[in-house]
Design a protein around this ligand. Structure first.
Ligand code: F6R
Length: 365
């Protein structure tokens, strides 16, 4: 049942190339995204959208954080992203021109479902991105984009997250095709990169041994930091959650520019730092943040883009992510972080698939 792997989580990490392919399948033709089978919005309704709210919990919320940047970039629509348990109680401003996108692997998370109901009551159009056909969230939303990740058994979410990202890219491209401002050529170029991601994911998985080694050497530490800027920051948050969840190592993810505003005080000799440096627009800023933690004795694992021979000079170890466009890197950068959490957990001798205090699906508040 575990397909030859020791744990479901490892099986599911390795199923990601397929989950990515399956989630794209049938939704792209000749460089154009077609979601008309699943999303009933007319062109007029798409043009009328004034703002988008992503609402979700945990890992799905982290997918929404990527979604904020992606949809703002592709469709130039203002996007907010909220944790469902905050959204439902904070009296958000919702109109009939608000598109609410709820993201939920199980489709049964109590807070996410309650947020969906509240948004609908206030007149929003609700799209659900979920992995379970016929789930509560799928049944109650106006439109549904299914992530075809297949059943996810391990409590720690992996392939559901990457599939949620794919669904978000598809949605962003679909809206952008109607809204602009990008040209059809620019969008189909992005679609081509999207179609190449599953092969790139396979290449990232080939670096498993090196990641395992780093994780094992770090597993005795009780504190760890993840740093990134832009989309790398959103992925840092997910990497940090994964590590806490299964290895019980305390970790924090920081937007690297915030370091100086307090966190740097915690960096001391030998502290492990995982630094993501795949976003070209902020690359130099990121490198100088890494130098700041190195100068205080941090032991740094860097994530760089293939062809980057510079980062190696600043960090202790480097993992290379295959070349794609910056917007799509989260699908790839999260994989080493999932493997890192897995191997840290195994090294510490904890139950990978069933971490303490947690349930796969949180159906009560
Ligand atoms: C983390 C994890 C949780 C879930 C969260 C939402 O690895 O699995 O944070 O992502 O409980 O669950 P869904 O997506 O089912 O709504």
């Amino acid at each position: 049942e575990k397909g030859g792997y020791d744990h479901f989580m490892m099986k599911e990490i390795h199923e990601q190339p397929k989950a990515i392919r399956d989630t794209l399948s049938g939704r792209v033709k000749d460089g154009v995204v077609d979601l008309s089978q699943e999303i009933g919005l007319t062109k007029e309704q798409i043009k009328d959208i004034e703002k988008i709210h992503f609402v979700a919990c945990g890992t799905a919320y982290h997918a929404g954080l990527v979604g904020k940047t992606v949809l703002e970039e592709l469709a130039r629509i203002p996007v907010e992203c909220d944790v469902a348990s905050e959204y439902r109680y904070r009296n958000p401003i919702i109109t009939d021109k608000t598109l609410v996108v709820v993201v939920s692997q199980s489709g049964e998370t109590a807070d996410t479902l309650a947020a969906l109901r509240e948004a609908k009551k206030q007149g929003a159009r609700v799209i659900a991105i979920t992995n379970v056909v016929g789930s509560s969230v799928a049944r109650e939303a106006d439109d549904v984009i299914i992530t075809w990740a297949g059943p996810e058994i391990a409590v720690a979410s992996t392939k559901a997250y990457t599939s949620q990202l794919i669904a978000i890219y598809l949605l962003g491209l679909y809206l952008a095709q109607v809204r602009g401002p990008k040209t059809a050529e620019q969008l189909s170029e992005i679609v081509n990169h999207l179609m190449a991601l599953s092969t790139h994911a396979e290449d990232v998985l080939k670096q498993e041994k090196q990641i395992a080694q780093f994780a094992r050497s770090m597993a005795k530490n009780e504190h760890l930091f993840f740093l990134g800027r832009g989309l790398d920051y959103a992925v840092a948050l997910e990497g940090s959650l994964k590590l806490k969840e299964i290895s019980y190592i305390h970790s924090e993810a920081y937007a690297a520019g915030e370091l100086k505003h307090g966190t740097l005080a915690l960096i001391e000799e030998g502290i492990p730092v995982v630094a993501l440096a795949t976003q070209h627009a902020v690359y130099d800023k990121m490198v100088s943040n890494i130098q700041e933690v190195k100068a205080r004795g941090a032991h740094v694992l860097g994530l760089a883009t293939e062809g980057d021979s510079e980062l190696r000079k600043t960090v202790d170890e480097v993992i290379h992510i295959p070349k794609t466009i910056d917007l799509l890197t989260p699908v790839l950068t999260v994989i080493p972080l999932q493997l890192f959490a897995y191997y840290a957990c195994v090294e510490r001798g904890y139950d990978v698939d069933k971490p303490r205090n947690l349930a796969k699906s949180v159906t009560v508040e």
